[in-house]
Design a protein around this ligand. Structure first.
Ligand code: NAD
Length: 490
């Protein structure tokens, strides 16, 4: 049968877009997957939305032309109706995944569920079992698998270019300002309300390690804690909100208007990996902001910088005009002093593991990088691989031990967020459902489970100061319950 844009065409009819409902129209649901649907109306169309925040719900409904009777303030009344579509995208916060995902599968929806799939091992297993029992597709948003960068890396390993893999060291360098935004001031700052940082930030990285190695760990251990973002490190006299006259406003890197209004950290970080015109404009934003603003009148590329309203501003306030942004910083959580927040998640953690087939690996995650990005180094018996996956671009380099030849791959993809992974994940989800091509999905829910179990095991190892044997852990699961009852405080 003929295909158009990866969709199956029946007879002469044009392919129909996949009909979907959205649960949670926040940053991921509204700004990423909603935006994808608007750019690809031939592939996917949202026909209903559940979102308690009125402004977000109205904006999403307006953008996607969703009638009033298909707008809901929570997922329960939406899922209580007869299925309104084939697919359900579930993009609520971490602890609000399990119940709507289970209900959606029971009511016949195929599901795209944000990561982490759930915040306890028990709930993760429940979800995987439910998908297998109901026969529904359950896609977990491990966007890194869909990037050119990690796909190229996997191809290199599979082709045997490195010889025998001996050891991997992978770093998730979260920048200091991203850490402050998401894990000190923001949604993932408290384990009891969201998830342990190693799960929230690094289930992607653990998943990538498993995928690259085509193997799973035999045992692992972990260390780390919350070192810096604590009250005792506050500048003398710092108030609880930056805009309440902080004496350190000219020197503190975490001064909220510097991060969100000036936005220099974001553009500096972007410029590090970018090339050509985008790099020049990002650099100019700090040195000659007036020029970038003027250029924005005539150039869409410059306007993307001068009139930027995306992440992280869009998280601080919906529709972040300068006035709304300033108001939100004055009174809202993102204007808080990073030393006077109620955060408790770690700001550095290292996981050391050995795979069943022998190679060792470390994952280092921390929230103090000057430049945000994932760095990978893989040592093989024949060659070494080094790679960087940053905000502005990505590359991989392989060097042969014997001849010294160096091969460099440009794996940049600025098509969408997460190095192109966001769009490719959505395209695969649509293809998997519309064309009945389940192979388009690069992982099953059961495969996604392994990375989550590794994160729970790493937490158990860190808190209990021990080595966890994964064979036992997989059978038993973790002892962690919701609200992090095993957490060790520093
Ligand atoms: N795949 C990735 O790389 C990636 C990146 C960032 C975040 N995430 C994950 O995506 C999920 C959503 O993150 P976000 O940044 O979009 O959060 P968000 O807070 O912006 O969005 C969540 C939305 O869910 C809504 N909601 C709350 N209760 C609801 C209910 N009962 N029914 C329907 N909607 C409800 C909230 O009002 C909010 O608008 C999180 O689990 C997060 O960890 C994944």
């Amino acid at each position: 049968m003929p295909m158009v844009n990866g969709l199956l065409v029946l007879g002469d009819a044009m392919p129909k877009p996949l009909q979907a409902i959205l649960i949670g129209a926040g940053q991921r649901g509204g700004d990423v997957y909603g935006a994808y649907a608007l750019r690809h109306p031939d592939q996917i169309r949202f026909v209903a939305v559940a979102e308690p925040d009125e402004e977000r719900r109205a904006r999403f409904a307006d953008q996607h032309k969703i009638p009033t009777e298909h707008q809901f303030s929570s997922w329960e009344p939406l899922l209580a109706r007869l299925p309104l579509a084939r697919a359900a995208l579930i993009c609520t916060q971490d602890q609000e995944h399990t119940a709507p995902a289970l209900a959606a599968m029971q009511f016949g929806y195929d599901v795209l569920l944000e990561k982490p799939m759930a915040t306890t091992a028990e709930e993760c297993r429940q979800l995987v079992d439910a998908a297998e029992e109901t026969g529904r597709q359950l896609h977990i948003c491990h966007v890194l698998r869909y990037t050119r960068h990690f796909q190229t890396m996997r191809d290199i390993l599979r082709a045997g270019e490195l010889g025998e893999i001996i050891t991997v060291s992978h770093r998730e360098n979260v920048s200091w300002w991203h850490m402050a935004h998401s894990f000190v001031r923001g949604n993932w700052r408290r384990e009891g309300e969201s998830a342990p940082m190693i799960l929230a930030k690094c289930c992607h990285d653990l998943d990538i390690l498993v995928w690259l190695m085509d193997d799973r760990p035999r045992h692992l251990s972990s260390v780390g804690d919350l070192r810096h973002y604590r009250a005792e490190n506050a500048p003398s006299g710092a108030p609880h909100h930056c805009l309440d006259g902080c004496p350190a406003e000219d020197v503190c890197p975490y001064y909220a208007p510097f991060i969100y209004e000036d936005l220099y950290p974001l553009w500096r970080n972007f410029a590090e990996g970018a090339k050509g015109f985008p790099k020049l404009v990002a650099q100019a934003k700090e040195r000659v902001p007036g020029l970038v603003k003027a250029l924005g009148m005539v150039s869409a590329g410059a306007r993307r910088v001068s009139a930027y309203r995306g992440w992280p501003r869009s998280v601080v306030v919906t529709n972040p005009t300068p006035e709304r942004l300033h108001e939100a910083l004055k009174n809202g959580p993102y204007g808080r002093c990073v030393y006077h927040c109620d955060n408790d998640v770690v700001d550095h953690q290292v996981v050391a593991m050995q795979f069943e087939s022998g190679p060792s690996a470390t994952l280092t995650m921390h929230g103090h990088a000057h430049v945000e990005g994932r760095f990978t180094r893989i040592q093989g018996s024949r060659a070494e691989l080094q790679a960087e996956f940053g905000l502005g671009g990505a590359w991989i380099e392989v060097r042969q031990h014997r001849g010294g030849e160096k091969k460099r791959y440009d794996t940049s993809d600025r098509g969408s967020g997460h190095g192109g992974g966001d769009d490719r994940l959505m395209a695969a989800f649509v293809k998997s459902l519309s064309a009945g091509d389940e192979e388009a999905a690069l992982s099953t829910a059961r495969q996604a489970l392994e990375s989550h179990l590794m994160a729970f095991a790493a937490e158990e190892a860190r808190i209990g100061e021990k080595v966890v044997r994964m064979k036992d852990f997989r059978l038993r699961g973790d002892t962690r319950r919701r609200h992090g009852d095993t957490r060790r405080k520093k």
